[in-house]
Design a protein around this ligand. Structure first.
Ligand code: BGC
Length: 772
């Protein structure tokens, strides 16, 4: 931990240094950087002169070699030795990686491979899923998860991660919400940038650092109907205003790479979208790094209906600017004939090859191909050793990621005494606790809710356990979820028997904890849902538990906002825990017993029902806004349901209470290029210490285009002792007021602005100023 702290402070000190990938190419860099840049280009020029066309094409091939796959059988080793592979992903131990690198160094030009992996929320220590991290609203804590991920991944011989995933989503049906940071552009941008800096440190080649590849460019989170891989069609305004900024923020923070989205955007598959990959990414944003297609995406352009065959798809991708091709042989088979027939130019191939070589150069691999792999004598004797984990960091961030949604009559925190019934199909699940994309995390090293509770109470309280229900009863769905990985373990006993057992446990208990929700595989890639309720089998269990009359606490595990109307009406308390990672069970116990006062806030709106989707806090007002205080017929509303969210964006309770003062502005107007300070005083009015998140939103009520009712622009997490008050000040500048107008020009328009400050997006205090 000390070493980690040291690295962290170093990182914080260096965070101010201009970021790596960008600065080394930007005019105006210090002379040493310019020299380094020139040296790199000279090195690559020399290499390129010596490379054959086949060797160049080889550099563009990215191959997946998962643990247990025999590289010889698939002919990969021979290909690597012949320089026909540029990089490998999914191999995760120094020992396995070294063998592949040794083979690469037998190739004619000895160009090393780089090694990548989906280190999304941890490598060996698994942190909460993206939505959980976002719920902390704590950038320091998030940075720490990125640092630990990089330390562990580089110690495993890895060079690069396919992360951060910053796809904005306003549709809970989409399974990949779990990987991202929610619906908000600003929050997601902040988190993405923080993770990039944490992964890469001041130098991604350094031991303890890895390169970041931001994904999925662009707007993958806006797939129609929340159905994975589906079409994305959106106005340029919305694209530039809401969906693109997080990618840009990650690149500005120095991300070395971009993974291209699988979807089409306004009719053009991203993988073949010259406008996106060149005009926006390279020309407008000045990106100089590497672009990587997503899994098999180049070939998929045939099914998208923009390429006639593989050759056509390869031509489209390379000319659009997709450098590396993931998990297919399409470049290998087609680029040479395309060159020979003049359908692509050598410049296309050279540009892509150079991008790959630059990454390898920047990773220090030409100087030392074993840079992250290390010598064999340093190989961990046991890659899964407990000593390689960072449990302290995992527990700290996990407790901050939990969101208290309801707590009626102060049923929480629980006392560590009496009898507690712990029921539900997820209560003892270690696999689900890790969530999806759990990298090299180990199920057996993960703390389940039950285990965490048992650790916390010791001999002081009696825990009763019953599974109570299967996650889902539909055998077809179980089959689907178990297709590529054992996701759902089915208890073969009849549902009624499972429920009876749970009810019997509940009857003997003082309080019932029902650990319910989704299996991790239900909130994943290829895991879109047409409804977002807790599956029937578990709701039946909840209803039976409710009927016992015992206090009912729902502990949710899930990877998307759920529709929880019955639960909200009937449970005494609800704690949203997402998938909280290696230390999840301990962190959940910390909150349930009040050893940590919950401080998480929702990064995504929770609708009342699937029919309200898309529902998001920063919507436009419309010409006929619905007013719940004066409900009128001809307004923008549903007539068959309560309007508005069940839990708004930014919402989350605490065991203490907070009072927010009115908003004080330093000035009634902001001069161009100037600032206005907005201050509030926050007081902990309860009798427990606790943290909360002060959120500042802006609205431009009269502009050349309709602007959202409010948009998050600043936030601050504050820890207050019981009774303590603190003044929180936000400095607003013109950029906070700026937006893309109908001509896609970015800037702030003069006039009135509303400032809203609150502890969620709905319950806010207002002040106003003008921009001159
Ligand atoms: C996913 C990417 C991931 C890649 C490699 C794809 O299916 O869309 O997010 O990085 O696989 O595992």
């Amino acid at each position: 931990m000390n070493k980690l702290r040291l690295t962290l402070s170093l990182l914080i000190a260096l965070a101010a240094v201009p970021a790596f990938a960008q600065t080394s190419h930007t005019p105006g860099n210090p002379p040493s950087m310019m020299r380094e840049h020139a040296a790199r280009e000279a090195y690559i020029d020399d290499l390129m002169r010596r490379m054959t066309v086949d060797e160049k094409i080889g550099q563009l091939r990215l191959v997946s070699l998962p643990a247990g796959a025999n590289p010889d059988r698939a002919g990969f080793m021979a290909d690597i030795r012949e320089g026909k592979v540029g990089a490998v992903f999914n191999t995760v131990t120094p020992k396995d990686i070294r063998v592949l690198q040794q083979a690469a160094l037998q190739s004619r030009l000895k160009i090393p491979l780089f090694f990548a992996y989906d280190v999304i929320h941890g490598q060996r220590t698994i942190f909460p899923i993206g939505l959980g991290l976002a719920s902390t609203w704590n950038l320091d804590a998030i940075r720490q998860t990125g640092r630990v991920s990089a330390l562990e991944a580089s110690a495993d011989g890895l060079d690069l991660t396919w992360s951060p995933m910053v796809d904005i989503s306003r549709d809970p049906r989409w399974g990949r919400n779990s990987e991202g940071f929610g619906e908000d552009t600003y929050l997601t941008s902040q988190i993405g940038a923080e993770l990039v800096k944490a992964y890469q440190g001041d130098d991604p080649a350094a031991p303890g650092s890895i390169m970041a590849v931001v994904k999925h460019f662009a707007a993958y989170g806006a797939v129609e109907g929340g159905r994975d891989y589906n079409t994305v069609d959106m106005s340029p305004l919305r694209l530039f205003q809401d969906y693109l900024p997080p990618y840009k923020a990650a690149l500005d923070a120095g991300a070395a790479g971009v993974m291209i989205a699988l979807n089409s955007l306004n009719g053009v598959p991203a993988t073949g979208d010259k406008w996106l990959l060149q005009d926006v990414l390279r020309k407008q944003w000045g990106f100089k790094g590497i672009t990587i297609s997503d899994h098999g995406a180049i070939l998929e352009m045939i099914k998208h209906g923009v390429a006639a065959d593989g050759r056509d798809a390869a031509r489209l991708a390379i000319t659009a600017g997709a450098d590396m091709s993931m998990s297919d042989t399409i470049y290998g088979e087609n680029l040479k004939p395309l060159l020979d027939s003049g359908r692509i130019g050598m410049a296309d191939l050279d540009r892509a090859t150079r991008d790959v070589l630059r990454v390898k150069y920047d990773l220090g691999l030409f100087r030392d191909p074993y840079r992250h792999i290390g010598p064999p004598q340093n190989d961990p004797p046991d890659v899964n050793a407990e000593s390689r984990l960072h449990r302290g960091a995992a527990r700290e961030v996990a407790r901050e990621s939990l969101v208290l949604l309801k707590n009626q009559g102060g049923v929480l925190p629980l006392r560590k005494q009496g009898t507690i019934a712990v029921v539900g199909p997820l209560a003892k699940s270690q696999r689900d606790m890790m969530g999806n994309w759990s990298a090299a995390g180990r199920t057996e090293q993960t703390v389940s809710v039950y285990q965490g509770l048992a650790n916390a109470v010791g001999e002081r309280a009696r825990l009763l356990y019953a599974k109570g229900a299967n996650v889902i009863d539909d055998p077809e769905i179980v089959k689907y979820l178990n297709l590529y990985e054992q996701d759902v373990d089915v208890d073969p006993r009849p549902p009624a028997q499972l429920i009876d057992e749970a009810v019997a446990a509940a009857r003997q208990a003082d309080v019932v904890l029902a650990v319910v929700g989704e299996s991790q595989g239900m909130a994943h890639e290829a895991s879109s849902r047409s409804d977002i309720v807790i599956p029937d089998s578990q709701v039946r269990l909840l209803k039976a538990l409710k009927a016992t009359g015992k206090p009912l606490v729902i502990v949710l595990m899930n990877g998307r906002p759920l529709a929880l109307t019955w639960e909200n009406d009937n449970a005494d308390a609800i704690l949203e825990t997402w998938f909280a990672g290696t230390e999840g069970g301990n962190a959940i116990a910390d909150v349930l017993f009040g050893d940590y006062n919950p401080s998480g806030k929702l990064p995504m709106t929770f609708p009342r029902s699937v029919g309200q989707i898309p529902i998001y806090y920063n919507h436009l007002n419309t010409g006929r806004p619905f007013d719940p205080l004066h409900p009128d017929k001809y307004t923008s509303r549903y007539f068959d349901a309560t309007n508005g969210p069940l839990y708004p964006f930014g919402y989350g309770l605490s065991y203490t209470t907070f009072r927010l003062s009115d908003v004080a502005l330093s000035d009634p107007s902001m001069p161009r290029g100037g600032t206005v300070q907005a201050s509030v005083t926050i007081t902990n009015t309860g009798n427990r210490d606790g943290a909360t998140v002060v959120q500042l939103y802006i609205q431009d009520p009269v502009a050349s285009i309709s602007r959202p009712v409010k948009e998050l622009k600043h936030f601050q997490k504050v820890m207050l002792k019981a009774g303590e008050s603190r003044k929180v000040t936000f400095v607003l500048d013109e950029d906070d007021l700026a937006f893309y107008n109908a001509q896609l020009h970015y800037g702030a328009e003069p006039g009135l602005f509303n400032v809203y400050v609150g502890l969620d997006s709905q319950d806010v205090k207002q002040a106003s100023f003008t921009l001159k």
